[in-house]
Design a protein around this ligand. Structure first.
Ligand code: ZN
Ligand code: ZN
Length: 382
């Protein structure tokens, strides 16, 4: 069955429009950039304008196409959507309908032959070559919610014209501001497109190959802070594939996720609302489950004489932690739903119970971390 699916996926027809477009602009950049730099020095104004376009286009994909439309992790005001759609169209990565359809199928069928980004086939397929084959027709059931939006329907219907319009107007605007038409074409159009495309494509390729899997080893997505710097925070892809409805990808305060800061900033200005967050306790539970799998695999590889005792202890402690976390979450939900004035006694009891459970979780997690360090340092018996 799996082989049949792979064979069918391999028989996809060639899609000439992306091939011609991507190959032509790469070749044009390869020839024009050195020639331009040999004859001119780009002004700071040109570099600044291009940088601004790159940043706005990047955010329009991460905060717009990805976290707003594909995953509905927040809602925003119309003017913000127009800005996101303008720069999203300028990015030349397909209409919202096409992009979100591919992305939602990617999440649902990750690491299988149905994954449009062809993740199992390796770097070049998931980075670029998947676009050179005709994509499956869009199935409405995947983007039913988006299809109801007139603005998105308009973008999809006139996508080709809008791509042309946004790219021509921004290039001419940069040429007018800087007084350098050739520079605007080479730097603010060709080079900008190249940088935006490859940084987005890294999320489909490198973010499934190069990094750590702290939240789940059940899929290929990885966390990589270097990629997070290049992709506006999308490099924490292991977290994202595990908790896709969270508006954050870098969930820890120290993880560099500028898209998260942008959405949070918009919410503080009253321009975004309904930001979805995964409960911290559930994240802890997932981490313990992922650790447990890793420890068991390590022990089965090293075959130490103490393996059985350790396996039993790992099982026991992970189950205890999971149960305590679930109980803490239920207590917290109940406690939050109570009216403090009307149910004062129950409110205080639940509050005390929650604090006790939280202390217990904290103690057990310390023991768990020590156990993880101990087991992972164990070497195979000689
Ligand atoms: Zn996603
Ligand atoms: Zn992915």
């Amino acid at each position: 069955m799996a082989n049949q699916e792979v064979m069918q996926a391999d028989k996809k027809e060639i899609s000439w429009v992306p091939i011609v477009f991507i190959v032509t602009y790469h070749l044009a950049l390869l020839v024009a950039l050195p020639l331009y730099l040999m004859s001119y020095t780009p002004s700071w104004l040109m570099i600044g304008c291009t940088f601004l376009l790159i940043i706005c286009s990047g955010f329009s994909i991460t905060a717009g196409y990805h976290r707003l439309y594909s995953h509905r992790t927040y809602v925003t005001k119309k003017p913000i959507e127009w800005v996101l759609l303008f720069f999203g169209t300028l990015s030349t990565q397909g209409s919202v309908f096409r992009w979100c359809y591919d992305h939602r199928v990617h999440h649902q069928h990750l690491d299988s032959a149905r994954d449009p980004y062809e993740t199992p086939k390796g770097f070049w397929h998931s980075h670029l070559l998947w676009m050179f084959k005709k994509g499956a027709p869009i199935e409405d059931k995947y983007i039913k919610d988006l299809k109801q939006r007139k603005l998105l329907e308009f973008q999809d219907k006139y996508y080709g014209q809008l791509v042309l319009l946004t790219n021509v107007t921004t290039t001419l605007l940069v040429a007018w501001i800087t007084g350098d038409l050739i520079g605007a074409f080479v730097i603010s159009f060709l080079l900008r497109l190249f940088i935006n495309h490859h940084t987005t494509w890294f999320i489909n390729s490198l973010a499934h190959m190069w990094g750590a899997k702290p939240y789940s080893t059940e899929h290929s997505a990885v966390n990589n802070f270097i990629l997070a710097f290049l992709t506006y925070g999308e490099g924490y892809h292991n977290f994202h594939h595990t908790f896709a409805s969270d508006y954050r990808n870098g969930v820890r305060w120290y993880q560099f996720d500028p898209t998260k800061y942008l959405i949070w900033g918009l919410s503080k200005m009253g321009l975004a609302s309904g930001l979805k967050r995964t409960d911290g306790l559930m994240i802890k539970k997932r981490l313990v489950q992922a650790d447990r799998k890793l420890l068991m695999e390590h022990l089965s590889e090293i075959r130490d004489t103490n393996s059985q005792v350790l396996e039993e202890y790992i099982e026991q402690l992970s189950e205890k932690l999971s149960a305590t976390i679930t109980s803490a979450k239920t207590t917290l939900e109940r406690y939050r739903s109570l009216d403090r004035k009307q149910n004062h006694i129950e409110f205080e009891e639940l509050k005390t119970k929650f604090n006790e459970l939280r202390s217990e979780i904290s103690r057990d997690l310390k023991t768990w971390r020590r156990l993880c360090n101990f087991v992972l340092k164990m070497q195979p018996a000689v």
